[in-house]
Design a protein around this ligand. Structure first.
Ligand code: HEM
Length: 366
């Protein structure tokens, strides 16, 4: 336990040290010369020549609106656009408030997790029964690991793309940083589509086990027992895990995949304006997804002793299953596949420790 705590603290200190500069990344580059002179000229030209803006009901309205983000001749493509007016706004927003908020969250959330661990502590540990219950199949584990590894690679390379210039370049210099930037860009470009594929497979692999049940409400009402250290009844996945599945894997997975593909394959007529909007959404989605993943990883490792065994070996101790997923444990004993209707909540299962131990029965993989 002490060793775990030490590793956790060391890792978080490292993350905090690496991210420190990101909080300062908000400072707009005062030395940069904004393209105001060109913009003024183009605005003047536009003002002299442009027909009145058609109303919102006009078919032309959207096109003219989009065109207004360019400086140059109007047209259906950007081929003859020299200076894009929105570019400066994008640069200021991305390097300013968006980077500041993202950087702050990426530092504050791991610190809050450490604080939670040190004050509230991890989930109560039950004495081991010594009997194993199958929780994940080999396929489940492969899909989970592939998604997790590609996610971590994308998160690290993505953060280098966002904050590297502010945080790493000043102390490692251009020669070394250019390699980091180059590598990050390539890793991100190639792992991105792989992550999209993993997310889709992950969704269908775990979908059935993440349908909401009435019993999830009880888990929510008891706050998952995170603070009280009780074990509210839960099915194969508890409501917290289901929230991660629907809000994280599914919703944020979609945001990241769609905006990532728009940014990755730029030969489908995307305008610069579209790329800028995709970029805003991509950074915001990445920040939310990364901080949520921190919570997910914490709960699956230090926060719930015994949980990581399922990810590592596919099995869990029966006492662990009975304490943390009592409804699933009952199902497994009856040979019901996860995702089937949960059995009625036994009155004694709310603490998870009053039920008499049942004879060992291996649970189905799924
Ligand atoms: C959840 C996983 C992902 C995370 C955490 C993530 C994170 C990031 C971050 C932080 C950036 C830097 C944005 C900036 O500072 O302007 C970025 C850029 C980018 N991402 Fe992702 N991303 C993820 C998934 C994807 C996917 C699935 C794709 C493609 C299919 C993708 C493609 C791109 C591209 C093309 C860029 C622009 C790189 C550049 O500026 O040249 N990303 N991503």
């Amino acid at each position: 336990m002490r060793a775990n705590l030490f590793v956790l603290r060391a890792m978080l200190a490292l993350v905090a040290a690496l991210m420190f500069g990101s909080a300062l990344a908000a400072v707009p580059n005062n030395r940069a010369q904004p393209a105001y002179a060109e913009e003024q000229t183009m605005l003047q030209v536009e003002g002299d020549t442009q027909a009145a803006e058609p109303g919102l009901t006009s078919k032309q309205s959207g096109r003219v609106h989009m065109d207004r983000h360019y400086l140059g001749q109007y047209g259906s493509t950007e081929a003859n656009v020299i200076v894009q007016r929105g570019g400066n706004t994008w640069r200021h927003l991305r390097n300013g408030p968006i980077a500041s908020i993202a950087g702050t969250l990426l530092i504050v959330v791991p610190l809050l997790i450490v604080l939670f661990y040190n004050t509230v502590g991890p989930a109560r540990e039950e004495p081991r029964s010594g009997r194993k219950l199958q929780r994940f199949s080999r396929w489940d584990m492969q899909v989970h690991w592939a998604t997790a590894i590609s996610f971590i690679l994308l998160a690290i390379s993505g953060l280098i793309l966002t904050f590297g210039k502010k945080v790493m370049l000043p102390w490692m210099g251009h020669d070394v940083f250019s390699w980091f930037a180059y590598l990050s860009k390539y890793i991100h470009n190639f792992i991105g589509p792989l992550f999209v594929l993993c997310s889709v497979v992950m969704f269908f692999t775990f979908l059935r086990r993440n349908f909401l049940h009435r019993s999830d409400m009880e888990w929510v009402k008891q706050g998952g027992g995170l603070v009280s250290h009780k074990h509210p009844p839960a099915g194969y996945f508890n409501a917290g895990e289901k929230a991660w599945f629907w809000m994280g894997v599914t919703l944020l997975g979609l945001v990241m995949s769609i905006t990532g593909l728009v940014l990755n394959f730029i030969t489908f007529g995307q305008t610069r304006y579209m790329l800028q909007v995709a970029n805003y959404l991509h950074i915001i989605g990445a920040t939310l997804y990364i901080v949520a993943a921190m919570g997910h990883i914490y709960i699956g490792t230090w926060g719930t002793p015994g949980a990581y065994e399922a990810m590592r070996h596919g099995t869990v101790d029966e006492a662990w299953a009975k304490a943390h997923h009592s409804l699933w444990y009952e199902q497994a004993k009856q040979g019901i596949a996860p995702g089937g209707a949960p059995p009625p909540t036994p009155p004694s299962s709310s603490t998870g420790s009053k039920t008499q131990p049942s004879p060992p029965r291996p649970g189905p993989a799924h």
